[in-house]
Design a protein around this ligand. Structure first.
Ligand code: 5GP
Length: 192
């Protein structure tokens, strides 16, 4: 069986990665499975353990790092975030394409380990719009919001490390572009 592709969607916090995903994740042509990350941050209202994230303690996360359980991990605004490796491998070996929605340090680690990863960077239409989105959804204190904004400015400078760049002016259009990118890469992979 053909091994599945690894698709990485990255970009600053608040750029709309999750919103875009909702438009294409049910498209069965893409054979996509979303990889649920592990994090030490607290759940936001409505977030469910095992769905949005596996919410774990710092101790459990550091154990996962020490045991080599993570494909990549990063610290982001005071918390750890990482991708459990075993599940990614299992899915890819079953022929599923695996989708990682991660920040830029983690994306860099994966791109270095898996040269054929499909890396997609989502940019906001403007910084003002990004700030509006971060403030709009956040339940976090001003200090954390400021840290997320500062982080976004530095993350946007890393855009050239990605194979594809998609602007999220309209999430449906951004999703359609991503669908096209994945479908074309599946075609190229089949003809290899
Ligand atoms: P949030 O706290 O807003 O859910 O996530 C903060 C940032 O961490 C976002 O940019 C999100 O994409 C990223 N992130 C989520 N899961 C992972 C992961 O497993 N690894 C890395 N490196 N970043 C992640």
């Amino acid at each position: 069986m053909e091994r599945g592709l690894l698709v990485i969607i990255s970009g600053p916090s608040g750029v709309g990665k999750g919103t875009i995903r909702k438009y294409f994740e049910k498209d069965e042509r893409l054979k996509l499975t979303y990889s649920t990350s592990m994090t030490t941050r607290s759940p936001r209202n409505g977030e469910v353990d095992g769905k949005e994230y596996f919410f774990v303690t710092k101790q459990r996360f550091e154990e996962a790092i020490a045991n080599g359980e993570l494909l990549e991990y990063a610290q982001f605004v005071g918390n750890y975030y990482g991708t459990p490796l075993a599940e990614v491998e299992r899915l890819r070996n079953e022929g599923r394409n695996v989708l990682l929605e991660i920040e830029v340090q983690g994306a860099k680690q994966v791109a270095e380990k898996c040269e054929d990863a499909i890396t997609i960077f989502i940019i906001p239409p403007t910084m003002e719009e990004l700030e509006k989105r971060i403030r709009g959804r956040s339940t976090e204190p001003e200090e954390i919001i400021q840290q997320r904004l500062a982080k976004a400015t530095s993350e946007l400078k890393l855009v050239s490390q990605y194979k594809y760049i998609v602007c999220n002016d309209d999430p449906q259009l951004a999703a359609e572009l991503i669908q096209t990118i994945i479908l074309r890469n599946m075609e190229l992979d089949e003809n290899k």
